[in-house]
Design a protein around this ligand. Structure first.
Ligand code: PLP
Length: 285
Protein backbone atom coordinates (compact mmCIF):
# COMPACT_ATOMS: atom_id res chain seq x y z
CA UNK A 1 0.00 0.00 0.00
CA UNK A 2 1.00 3.57 -0.73
CA UNK A 3 0.24 6.67 1.33
CA UNK A 4 0.65 10.35 0.50
CA UNK A 5 2.53 12.40 3.09
CA UNK A 6 3.40 16.05 2.48
CA UNK A 7 4.14 15.87 -1.21
CA UNK A 8 5.47 12.33 -1.35
CA UNK A 9 4.06 8.92 -2.14
CA UNK A 10 5.58 6.52 0.36
CA UNK A 11 5.12 2.94 1.43
CA UNK A 12 2.17 2.76 3.85
CA UNK A 13 4.27 0.83 6.38
CA UNK A 14 6.79 3.67 6.42
CA UNK A 15 4.38 6.61 6.22
CA UNK A 16 4.89 8.89 9.22
CA UNK A 17 4.54 12.43 10.51
CA UNK A 18 6.72 14.30 12.98
CA UNK A 19 6.36 13.67 16.75
CA UNK A 20 5.64 17.37 17.19
CA UNK A 21 2.81 17.39 14.70
CA UNK A 22 -0.08 19.41 16.07
CA UNK A 23 -2.53 16.77 14.97
CA UNK A 24 -0.74 14.33 17.25
CA UNK A 25 -0.32 16.76 20.18
CA UNK A 26 -3.50 18.84 20.11
CA UNK A 27 -5.90 17.10 17.68
CA UNK A 28 -5.35 20.35 15.77
CA UNK A 29 -6.50 19.07 12.42
CA UNK A 30 -9.42 18.08 10.23
CA UNK A 31 -10.25 15.12 8.03
CA UNK A 32 -12.57 13.62 5.45
CA UNK A 33 -13.47 10.05 4.56
CA UNK A 34 -14.88 9.28 1.12
CA UNK A 35 -16.31 6.16 -0.38
CA UNK A 36 -15.17 4.71 -3.71
CA UNK A 37 -17.55 2.43 -5.63
CA UNK A 38 -16.97 0.85 -9.02
CA UNK A 39 -14.01 3.14 -9.64
CA UNK A 40 -16.01 6.27 -8.79
CA UNK A 41 -15.44 8.65 -5.89
CA UNK A 42 -18.79 9.34 -4.24
CA UNK A 43 -19.79 12.95 -3.57
CA UNK A 44 -16.25 14.31 -3.88
CA UNK A 45 -17.33 17.92 -4.39
CA UNK A 46 -19.38 17.98 -1.21
CA UNK A 47 -16.59 16.37 0.81
CA UNK A 48 -14.01 18.88 -0.48
CA UNK A 49 -16.36 21.76 0.28
CA UNK A 50 -16.83 20.50 3.82
CA UNK A 51 -13.05 20.17 4.18
CA UNK A 52 -12.72 23.84 3.14
CA UNK A 53 -15.30 24.80 5.73
CA UNK A 54 -13.61 22.78 8.51
CA UNK A 55 -10.26 24.37 7.64
CA UNK A 56 -11.67 27.88 7.63
CA UNK A 57 -13.49 27.35 10.97
CA UNK A 58 -10.09 26.44 12.47
CA UNK A 59 -8.43 29.36 10.63
CA UNK A 60 -6.21 27.01 8.68
CA UNK A 61 -5.27 27.63 5.05
CA UNK A 62 -6.08 25.04 2.39
CA UNK A 63 -2.92 22.95 1.86
CA UNK A 64 -3.29 23.11 -1.93
CA UNK A 65 -5.80 23.99 -4.62
CA UNK A 66 -8.86 21.83 -5.08
CA UNK A 67 -7.59 20.70 -8.49
CA UNK A 68 -4.23 19.66 -7.01
CA UNK A 69 -5.90 17.87 -4.12
CA UNK A 70 -8.20 16.00 -6.51
CA UNK A 71 -5.16 14.98 -8.54
CA UNK A 72 -3.37 13.62 -5.44
CA UNK A 73 -6.48 11.76 -4.25
CA UNK A 74 -6.83 10.08 -7.65
CA UNK A 75 -3.14 9.23 -7.66
CA UNK A 76 -3.37 7.60 -4.20
CA UNK A 77 -6.39 5.58 -5.33
CA UNK A 78 -4.66 4.54 -8.56
CA UNK A 79 -1.41 3.57 -6.84
CA UNK A 80 -3.40 1.42 -4.40
CA UNK A 81 -5.56 0.01 -7.22
CA UNK A 82 -8.70 0.90 -5.27
CA UNK A 83 -11.89 0.28 -7.25
CA UNK A 84 -14.11 -0.22 -4.20
CA UNK A 85 -13.01 1.16 -0.87
CA UNK A 86 -12.35 4.39 0.93
CA UNK A 87 -9.78 7.11 1.18
CA UNK A 88 -8.96 9.10 4.29
CA UNK A 89 -7.36 12.53 4.17
CA UNK A 90 -6.18 14.59 7.07
CA UNK A 91 -4.82 18.11 7.30
CA UNK A 92 -3.20 19.41 10.48
CA UNK A 93 -1.72 22.77 11.43
CA UNK A 94 1.71 21.25 10.90
CA UNK A 95 4.71 20.39 13.07
CA UNK A 96 6.16 22.95 15.46
CA UNK A 97 7.65 22.90 18.95
CA UNK A 98 4.74 22.28 21.32
CA UNK A 99 2.95 25.51 22.15
CA UNK A 100 -0.80 26.14 22.24
CA UNK A 101 -0.50 29.32 20.18
CA UNK A 102 -0.66 28.84 16.44
CA UNK A 103 2.79 28.13 14.97
CA UNK A 104 4.70 30.83 13.11
CA UNK A 105 3.16 31.95 9.85
CA UNK A 106 4.52 29.91 6.99
CA UNK A 107 4.60 26.66 8.98
CA UNK A 108 3.43 24.17 6.36
CA UNK A 109 0.33 22.13 7.16
CA UNK A 110 0.67 18.36 7.31
CA UNK A 111 -1.40 16.56 4.74
CA UNK A 112 -1.76 12.81 4.59
CA UNK A 113 -3.96 10.61 2.41
CA UNK A 114 -4.41 6.87 2.74
CA UNK A 115 -6.67 4.52 0.84
CA UNK A 116 -7.84 0.97 1.22
CA UNK A 117 -9.96 -1.49 -0.71
CA UNK A 118 -13.11 -2.93 0.81
CA UNK A 119 -15.44 -5.63 -0.42
CA UNK A 120 -18.88 -4.07 -1.09
CA UNK A 121 -20.66 -7.42 -0.92
CA UNK A 122 -19.11 -8.06 2.52
CA UNK A 123 -20.38 -4.67 3.69
CA UNK A 124 -23.85 -5.41 2.30
CA UNK A 125 -23.88 -8.72 4.13
CA UNK A 126 -22.66 -7.09 7.34
CA UNK A 127 -25.56 -4.63 7.31
CA UNK A 128 -28.25 -6.94 5.90
CA UNK A 129 -29.50 -7.80 9.38
CA UNK A 130 -29.09 -4.30 10.81
CA UNK A 131 -27.03 -3.26 13.82
CA UNK A 132 -27.56 -2.82 17.55
CA UNK A 133 -26.84 0.47 19.24
CA UNK A 134 -26.79 1.94 22.73
CA UNK A 135 -27.70 5.50 23.72
CA UNK A 136 -25.25 7.63 25.71
CA UNK A 137 -25.35 11.16 27.14
CA UNK A 138 -23.87 13.76 24.80
CA UNK A 139 -20.48 14.73 26.21
CA UNK A 140 -18.77 16.40 23.26
CA UNK A 141 -17.82 20.05 22.73
CA UNK A 142 -20.27 22.32 20.94
CA UNK A 143 -18.32 22.56 17.66
CA UNK A 144 -18.92 19.03 16.44
CA UNK A 145 -20.08 20.68 13.19
CA UNK A 146 -16.34 20.88 12.39
CA UNK A 147 -14.90 17.56 11.24
CA UNK A 148 -11.84 17.60 13.50
CA UNK A 149 -9.65 14.65 14.42
CA UNK A 150 -10.56 15.23 18.11
CA UNK A 151 -12.72 12.12 18.37
CA UNK A 152 -12.05 10.85 21.88
CA UNK A 153 -15.71 10.91 23.06
CA UNK A 154 -16.64 9.06 19.86
CA UNK A 155 -13.91 6.48 20.45
CA UNK A 156 -15.04 5.90 24.04
CA UNK A 157 -18.69 5.69 22.97
CA UNK A 158 -18.03 3.08 20.29
CA UNK A 159 -15.88 1.02 22.63
CA UNK A 160 -18.60 1.15 25.28
CA UNK A 161 -21.11 -0.01 22.66
CA UNK A 162 -18.86 -2.89 21.69
CA UNK A 163 -18.43 -3.96 25.29
CA UNK A 164 -22.23 -3.85 25.72
CA UNK A 165 -22.64 -6.26 22.79
CA UNK A 166 -23.76 -3.52 20.36
CA UNK A 167 -21.98 -2.05 17.34
CA UNK A 168 -22.49 1.67 17.77
CA UNK A 169 -23.71 4.46 20.02
CA UNK A 170 -26.09 7.40 19.69
CA UNK A 171 -25.52 10.62 21.64
CA UNK A 172 -28.58 12.03 23.43
CA UNK A 173 -28.56 15.55 24.84
CA UNK A 174 -29.73 16.61 28.33
CA UNK A 175 -33.28 17.20 27.11
CA UNK A 176 -33.53 13.71 25.62
CA UNK A 177 -33.04 14.95 22.05
CA UNK A 178 -31.29 12.57 19.68
CA UNK A 179 -28.07 14.14 18.35
CA UNK A 180 -26.15 11.69 16.13
CA UNK A 181 -24.19 8.47 16.11
CA UNK A 182 -20.52 8.22 17.04
CA UNK A 183 -19.66 8.37 13.33
CA UNK A 184 -22.97 8.82 11.55
CA UNK A 185 -26.23 10.78 11.40
CA UNK A 186 -29.52 9.34 12.66
CA UNK A 187 -32.80 9.08 10.76
CA UNK A 188 -36.21 7.73 11.69
CA UNK A 189 -39.25 6.73 9.67
CA UNK A 190 -42.33 7.77 11.65
CA UNK A 191 -45.49 5.64 11.84
CA UNK A 192 -46.91 8.10 9.25
CA UNK A 193 -44.08 7.26 6.86
CA UNK A 194 -42.23 10.56 7.20
CA UNK A 195 -38.47 10.54 7.00
CA UNK A 196 -37.12 12.62 9.89
CA UNK A 197 -33.60 13.77 10.73
CA UNK A 198 -32.54 16.54 13.08
CA UNK A 199 -31.43 19.93 11.73
CA UNK A 200 -27.68 20.10 11.09
CA UNK A 201 -26.99 23.78 11.64
CA UNK A 202 -25.38 23.03 15.02
CA UNK A 203 -24.90 20.16 17.48
CA UNK A 204 -23.99 17.53 14.88
CA UNK A 205 -21.75 17.04 11.90
CA UNK A 206 -23.65 17.84 8.72
CA UNK A 207 -23.10 14.52 6.99
CA UNK A 208 -22.52 14.47 3.26
CA UNK A 209 -24.50 11.23 3.04
CA UNK A 210 -27.30 12.97 4.96
CA UNK A 211 -27.36 15.79 2.39
CA UNK A 212 -27.36 13.39 -0.57
CA UNK A 213 -30.00 11.24 1.08
CA UNK A 214 -32.35 14.22 1.01
CA UNK A 215 -31.93 14.17 -2.80
CA UNK A 216 -32.47 10.39 -2.83
CA UNK A 217 -35.67 10.74 -0.82
CA UNK A 218 -36.99 13.29 -3.30
CA UNK A 219 -36.35 10.87 -6.13
CA UNK A 220 -38.20 8.13 -4.25
CA UNK A 221 -41.09 10.47 -3.49
CA UNK A 222 -40.48 10.31 0.27
CA UNK A 223 -41.20 13.29 2.48
CA UNK A 224 -38.18 14.51 4.50
CA UNK A 225 -38.70 16.59 7.62
CA UNK A 226 -35.77 18.21 9.40
CA UNK A 227 -36.77 18.53 13.05
CA UNK A 228 -35.55 17.42 16.44
CA UNK A 229 -36.88 14.20 17.93
CA UNK A 230 -36.44 12.50 21.28
CA UNK A 231 -35.37 9.02 22.31
CA UNK A 232 -39.00 7.90 22.91
CA UNK A 233 -40.02 8.86 19.39
CA UNK A 234 -37.01 7.02 18.00
CA UNK A 235 -37.94 3.90 19.99
CA UNK A 236 -41.48 4.05 18.59
CA UNK A 237 -40.35 4.60 14.99
CA UNK A 238 -41.12 2.26 12.12
CA UNK A 239 -37.47 2.36 11.05
CA UNK A 240 -34.27 3.86 12.44
CA UNK A 241 -31.08 4.09 10.43
CA UNK A 242 -27.65 5.68 10.29
CA UNK A 243 -26.08 7.47 7.37
CA UNK A 244 -22.35 7.86 6.78
CA UNK A 245 -20.02 7.85 3.79
CA UNK A 246 -18.71 4.38 4.62
CA UNK A 247 -21.97 2.67 5.60
CA UNK A 248 -24.29 4.74 3.34
CA UNK A 249 -27.55 3.71 5.03
CA UNK A 250 -27.33 1.25 7.92
CA UNK A 251 -30.53 -0.06 9.52
CA UNK A 252 -30.68 -0.05 13.33
CA UNK A 253 -32.73 -2.95 14.66
CA UNK A 254 -32.10 -2.69 18.40
CA UNK A 255 -31.64 0.29 20.74
CA UNK A 256 -30.57 -0.28 24.36
CA UNK A 257 -31.72 -3.90 24.10
CA UNK A 258 -35.18 -3.01 22.72
CA UNK A 259 -36.16 -3.96 19.17
CA UNK A 260 -37.01 -1.28 16.62
CA UNK A 261 -40.43 -2.22 15.17
CA UNK A 262 -40.27 -5.98 14.52
CA UNK A 263 -36.49 -6.08 14.98
CA UNK A 264 -35.74 -6.40 11.26
CA UNK A 265 -34.45 -3.82 8.76
CA UNK A 266 -37.23 -1.88 7.05
CA UNK A 267 -38.06 -1.29 3.40
CA UNK A 268 -37.36 2.46 3.36
CA UNK A 269 -33.70 2.04 4.31
CA UNK A 270 -33.21 -0.70 1.75
CA UNK A 271 -34.82 1.26 -1.10
CA UNK A 272 -32.67 4.26 -0.17
CA UNK A 273 -29.56 2.08 -0.27
CA UNK A 274 -30.54 0.72 -3.68
CA UNK A 275 -31.04 4.22 -5.14
CA UNK A 276 -28.18 6.06 -3.43
CA UNK A 277 -25.46 5.60 -6.06
CA UNK A 278 -27.73 6.62 -8.92
CA UNK A 279 -28.30 9.96 -7.23
CA UNK A 280 -24.88 10.67 -5.68
CA UNK A 281 -22.19 12.58 -7.57
CA UNK A 282 -19.66 10.19 -9.12
CA UNK A 283 -16.12 11.23 -10.04
CA UNK A 284 -14.09 8.75 -12.05
CA UNK A 285 -10.65 7.87 -10.70
N1 PLP B 1 -21.50 12.35 12.34
C1 PLP B 1 -20.26 12.05 12.76
C2 PLP B 1 -19.88 12.35 14.18
C3 PLP B 1 -19.34 11.47 11.88
O1 PLP B 1 -18.09 11.19 12.30
C4 PLP B 1 -19.74 11.18 10.55
C5 PLP B 1 -18.83 10.56 9.59
O2 PLP B 1 -17.72 10.25 9.87
C6 PLP B 1 -21.05 11.49 10.17
C7 PLP B 1 -21.91 12.09 11.09
C8 PLP B 1 -21.55 11.19 8.78
O3 PLP B 1 -20.98 12.06 7.84
P1 PLP B 1 -20.75 11.64 6.32
O4 PLP B 1 -22.10 11.24 5.79
O5 PLP B 1 -20.23 12.87 5.68
O6 PLP B 1 -19.78 10.51 6.32
Amino acid sequence: RIAYVNGQYVRHSEAAVHVEDRGFQFADGVYEVCEVRHGMIVDLTRHLSRLDRSLSELRMAAPMSRAALTFVIREVLRRNRVKNGIFYMQVTRGAARRDHYFPAEGTPPTITITAKSTDPSAAAKKYANGIKVITLPENRWDRVDIKTVGLLPNVLAKQQAKEAGAQDAIFIDRDGIVMEGASSNVWIVTPDGELVTRPAEHGILKGITRTTLIDVAKKLGLKVVEREFKTEEMLAAREVFFTSATGICVPIVEIDGKPVANGHPGTVSSSIRDTFFDVAEKTAI
